[in-house]
Design a binder for this molecule. Structure first.
Ligand code: URA
Ligand code: SF4
Length: 217
C-alpha cells in the first residue's frame, strides 16, 4: 500500500500576495490536521516586514481566534521582542504548521497540544515557503525545534544551533533564500520551565533575539 501523500502544494495559489495566500490556506486539506481544528491560522503582519518569526503551530487560543501568538506564548514573545529591541508590531508572525493539533483530555473539555509530525510539518512547508517568498525578509527567526526543522531540515537541533545566525536556505527553488536565519527556543519553553529556571530561559530567548536585532540595524 502506498502511504497517502501529505502536501499543501495543490492549494497554494501561484500568483498574488499575502491575501491570496491567506484565502487559499483557509481551504487547505493538505494533511489531516484541518479536520479537527477550528480554522486555518495563517501568518499575521505586513508584506513589508523586515523580520519574520516562525513558531510551531497555533495553540488553543490561536485556533479559536484565528490569529497566531495571541495566547500565553504570544505574551512572552511580545515582551522578549520588545526587550531585544525588535518592534513586535513591525514583525510578521506565523507558524510552521497552520492548524492546531491536539488531543482531547480524558475528562473535561481541555484540548492538549500535540507536537506535529515531520510529515505534517513537511506538508505545510509550502505555505511557509510562499509567505517567505512574498515577504522576502532580512531576518527569519525560528522559534523552537519544529520551526528549525521546517527551515533547516530534520537534523536541526535547537540546543546546538540557537543564537547563531546562518544564511537563510531556499525553501522552494524560486527564492526565499535571501537574508539570515536565527534559531532560538520556543517562547512556550519559558512557560514550561521550572520556577528556578524560568528567568534564565527567558534571558536566553532575549539574548538570541538580540542577535536578530543586530542584523536589522
Ligand atoms: N505557539 C506557537 O508555536 N504558535 C502560536 O501561534 C502559538 C503558540
Ligand atoms: Fe494544510 Fe498545513 Fe493545515 Fe495541513 S496543517 S491542512 S498542510 S494548512
Amino acid at each position: 500500500m502506498v502511504a497517502e501523500q501529505y502536501d499543501a502544494t495543490p492549494y497554494v495559489p501561484e500568483r498574488g500576495g499575502l491575501q491570496a495566500l491567506r484565502e487559499g490556506a483557509a481551504g487547505c486539506e493538505g494533511c489531516p490536521l484541518y479536520r479537527a481544528a477550528t480554522q486555518t491560522v495563517f501568518g499575521d503582519g505586513r508584506a513589508s516586514a523586515r523580520v519574520v518569526l516562525v513558531g510551531e503551530q497555533p495553540g488553543d487560543q490561536e485556533d479559536r481566534q484565528g490569529r497566531p501568538f495571541v495566547g500565553p506564548a504570544g505574551g512572552v514573545l511580545t515582551r522578549a521582542l520588545d526587550e531585544a529591541g525588535i518592534d513586535p508590531a513591525g514583525a510578521y508572525v506565523t507558524n510552521a504548521v497552520k492548524h492546531f493539533k491536539f488531543e482531547q483530555a480524558a475528562r473535561g473539555k481541555r484540548r492538549i497540544h500535540k507536537a506535529p509530525s515531520l510529515r505534517e510539518v513537511g506538508a505545510c512547508r509550502p505555505w511557509l515557503a510562499a509567505e517567505l517568498r512574498v515577504i522576502d525578509p532580512e531576518v527569519v527567526v525560528a522559534l523552537g525545534a519544529t520551526a528549525g526543522k521546517s527551515l533547516l531540515g530534520s537534523s536541526f537541533r535547537v540546543g546546538e544551533q540557537r543564537g547563531v545566525a546562518v544564511p537563510m536556505p531556499s525553501l522552494d527553488g524560486d527564492g526565499g533564500g535571501h537574508g539570515m536565519l536565527v534559531p532560538t527556543i520556543h517562547p512556550s519553553a519559558v512557560l514550561r520551565a521550572d520556577d528556578a529556571e524560568r528567568a534564565a530561559a527567558y534571558a536566553g530567548l532575549v539574548s538570541d533575539l538580540k542577535v536578530a536585532a543586530r542584523l536589522l540595524k
